[in-house]
Write a protein that binds this ligand. Sequence first.
Ligand SMILES: C[S@@+](CC[C@H](N)C(=O)[O-])C[C@H]1O[C@@H](n2cnc3c(N)ncnc32)[C@H](O)[C@@H]1O
Length: 205
Amino acid sequence: MNHHKLIKKFNKQADTYDRIREKQYQGKWRKALLEEAHGAVLEAAIGAGGNYPYYRQEAIKKIIGVDFSPKMLEKAKDADEQYSLPVELIESDINQLKFEEDQFDTIVSTLSLCGYPNPKETLESWAKWCKPNGSILLLEHGISSNPFFSILQRTLDPFAVRAVGCHQNRNFKEIISRSPLEIKKAEDHWFGVFHLIWAKPQKRR
Ligand SMILES: C[S@@+](CC[C@H](N)C(=O)[O-])C[C@H]1O[C@@H](n2cnc3c(N)ncnc32)[C@H](O)[C@@H]1O
C-alpha cells in the first residue's frame, strides 16, 4: 500500500491506541515482556505509548521511540509526562532510519511487524543495531496454529490490510527462524495468534 495512505490509516487509529494504553489492553503480556527492557532502548512503532506503563523506570537510560504517524506521536507525547520516562520521539518510517551497529541494549516492538512490507529485512536491521548481549523483545500477532482460525485469517487478510494496515497471515515463527535472531524464550497465546518473544541478536564476529 502507498506509504502516505498507510500513515493516514494509522493517524485515524490514534485515539484507539490512546485508549489501549489507558485501559492497559494486553497489559499482562506487555509487562512480562518489558521486565527485561534496560539501558538504551529503541521502541519501533511506538504508537500512542502503549508500553509506557510497563517500562521499569530505574532500568531505562533512554528510549528512542519511532513512529511514522504524527497523530500517534502526539498521543505518545501527551502520555510522556504522566510516566516520566526519558523518551525521545522520532517521526519516521523505521525502515528508513540508520542507527549505528550495537547502539541499543534493547529493541522493543509490539504489534508492529504485521505492518512492515518486509519484516525479515526489518529484523536484520534490528539485529545489527542491538548489542550482542542485548534484548530484542517482541509481542506480535500472526497466523494461528489452529487450522480453522488460520483459514479465516487468510480470507480476512486483504480486508484487514485495507481497513487497518496490518496483515493477519504472517507466520512469525518461520520469519524469525530465518532471521538473525536467537530466541531465548517464547510464549504463544490465543491459538498461536499472539507471540511473546524474548530474543537476542546472533552476531558473527
Ligand atoms: C498496531 S499499532 C501498535 C502501536 C504500539 N506499538 C502498541 O503496541 O500499542 C502499529 C503502529 O506501527 C506504526 N507503524 C507502522 N508501520 C510503520 C513504519 N514502517 N515505520 C514506523 N511506524 C510504523 C503505526 O503508525 C502504528 O502506530
